[in-house]
Write a protein that binds this ligand. Structure first.
Ligand code: NA7
Length: 534
């Protein structure tokens, strides 16, 4: 019977940045809140990402929750922390915010059903746990469904195989191993930097070069982080930039500058490190092919001068851009290119010689055979919408969310979906997700979610539903905006193009954090596009 199932005002799925943050604010406002979390602990993506070299590509304190109780009593040891430190950070978040006391861990939710009569969601997990809730908030991130390509004969391979996102908690020895690594996304780049120095031999199977940017890691001491007086201002300031950082595109076209000025500007972005060259470049980088070409030329020169072997350089940093710069996510690197200067570290261009099949001892491309005893699949995720594919979420009339999105992703505000009343999600489809620093996007979305739930309580509303018209208008705008950019020219996970058969469409909001934040604020003024019911 439904009444035997525990009831909460709010049920949150996932105890990562957004789940912890929403729990904190909603509980503060007097709501009963519960988190169901698949993992045995808090941390979200930083519980699962524990492959060698896993590290965040946003710098701290930008990559951090803006909750004073949390940041005032925390300091980092490096500008770009690794997964171990991020796990420690989440332990701290848990201790300070007491997340665990309101969380069911090891609870993998499989089903959620909207009940029109009671205006509640009923949520069921694999371990049999159930809950009913007025609001259902899915905070499951954009990269939780792994992708392994359907390689011919993969099961024949007799060596050890690991997908980067299912890395054994006990670790995997890379020392002295012969390693085959497929994939050169940010994961592949980070693993290469760890495997290169210790392996016997490393074959990196690259289909598309990663146009990596210099990280410029720096080590931080506690004393430099003792004064937190300016932090609140920093967290407000990060919302003023496209990517949710403290830097932003400059208000100039690339061709407004002379070649000399451009060279100086590009070099300054490289010297700054992080994503500056990506999202603090000339503002026409993603819209003007010439601006993009100029940026690529600079990047190509910088990367190729670090690679001694011209054959390797032609694969890793080709003269002709594989796609417009920045339309696939660049990774940050520390010594990626130098790895390939070692005689035992190879790059195999599988766009020129595709992987034909696996063998007992390795794999065969159309041109040759490669032997290794450890295979690492850094082949990514069914990103953004894929996170929802293993979850049966049924809204009004029993319609399933993943079915609705199979035809076309449709959302209102990148936060909710028509006919899925009282469902909201964070850091997912049609939000600034892939183009923003996670905690910045979450800061904006958390405010909206907490505000609407409070508003409804104050007005005795039991449900809200995004209108169909508002959803269509929002979705159409995303699809229209992307046609003005170079993004459709790349086969990227931003566009769903990394998964065979997946619909090609822009899965993210591309106008940046300030425009997104203003949009949410304007909706809050009169709840445009939202229908409330008692
Ligand atoms: P990504 O960025 O999706 O990278 C996956 C990599 O795997 C990428 O280089 C792909 O090449 C490669 N891949 C995928 N399928 C194949 C096949 N069939 N053959 C050869 N190579 C293949 O995943 P990551 O884990 O690195 O990063 C995901 C995001 O998580 C990251 O951007 C951060 O935001 C956090 P392709 O480029 O498609 O040619």
């Amino acid at each position: 019977m439904a009444s035997d199932i525990p009831y909460y005002d709010v049920l949150i799925l996932g105890a990562g940045f957004s789940g912890c943050s929403l729990l904190h604010y909603l509980r503060r406002d007097g709501f009963s809140v519960r988190i169901f979390e698949k993992a045995p602990t808090v941390g979200g993506t930083w519980y699962w990402n524990r492959y060698p070299g896993a590290r965040v590509d946003s710098d701290v304190p930008i990559y951090e929750l803006n909750i004073p109780e949390v940041y005032e009593s925390w300091s980092w040891s490096s500008r770009f922390p690794d997964w171990q430190e991020l796990r420690q950070y989440f332990k701290h978040v848990d201790k300070v915010l007491e997340v665990s006391k309101d969380t069911d861990f090891n609870t993998n939710v499989t089903d959620a059903v909207w009940d029109e009569a009671s205006q509640t969601w009923t949520v069921t997990a694999e371990n049999g746990k159930r809950a009913r809730a007025r609001f259902f908030l899915t905070c499951i991130g954009f990269a939780s469904k792994n992708f392994t390509p359907d390689f011919k004969g993969l099961s024949k391979f007799k060596g050890e195989v690991h997908h980067s996102n299912e890395w054994p908690e006990t670790g995997v020895n890379l020392e002295g191993r012969r390693i085959g690594l497929i994939g050169t996304g940010s994961t592949g780049v980070q693993i290469t930097q760890e495997a290169g120095p210790v392996c016997k031999e490393l074959f990196v199977f690259q289909r598309t070069p990663n146009l990596c940017l210099p990280m410029h890691q720096a080590y931080l001491d506690e004393s430099s982080q003792s004064d937190k007086a300016g932090y609140d201002a920093i967290y407000q300031k990060r919302l003023n930039s496209f990517g949710g950082f403290l830097f932003d595109f400059v208000k100039k076209k690339a061709t407004d500058d002379t070649p000399g000025q451009r060279e100086k500007f590009y070099q300054a972005l490289f010297d700054h490190g992080g994503f500056a060259f990506w999202v603090a470049n000339y503002y026409d980088l993603f819209t003007d092919p010439e601006s993009n070409r100029l940026a690529y030329e600079f990047w190509q020169r910088k990367a190729s001068e670090r690679i001694k072997d011209p054959k390797k350089a032609a694969i890793l940093a080709p003269k002709v851009a594989p796609h417009p710069f920045g339309t696939k996510r660049p990774s940050l690197e520390q010594n990626y290119y130098e790895q390939f200067n070692k005689p035992n570290v190879h790059v195999v261009d599988v766009s020129a010689e595709p992987i034909a099949e696996f063998t007992e001892k390795g794999l065969r491309t159309t041109d040759g055979e490669y032997e290794f005893d450890l295979l690492i699949l850094a082949t990514g995720f069914d990103a953004v919408t894929g996170s929802y594919k293993n979850l049966k979420i049924r809204g009004v009339g029993g319609v399933e969310l993943s079915e609705k999105w199979a035809k076309q992703t449709q959302t209102y505000l990148g936060l909710t979906v028509h006919d899925f009343p009282n469902l909201m999600y964070t850091y997912g489809p049609q939000a600034p997700t892939a183009f923003s620093n996670g905690p910045s996007c979450i800061q904006v979305q958390t405010k909206f979610i907490v505000d609407i739930i409070n508003y409804m309580r104050d007005h005795n509303y039991s449900s809200f539903n995004a209108t169909s018209d508002a959803e269509t208008e929002y979705t159409d705008e995303i699809n229209e905006e992307v046609t003005k950019t170079l993004f459709p020219l790349a086969k990227s996970w931003y566009m769903g193009a990394n998964i065979p058969g997946k619909k090609i469409e822009m899965l993210n909001y591309i106008k940046g954090i300030p425009a997104y934040s203003s949009l949410l604020d304007s909706v809050e003024e009169n709840w445009k596009g939202v229908a409330f019911a008692n």
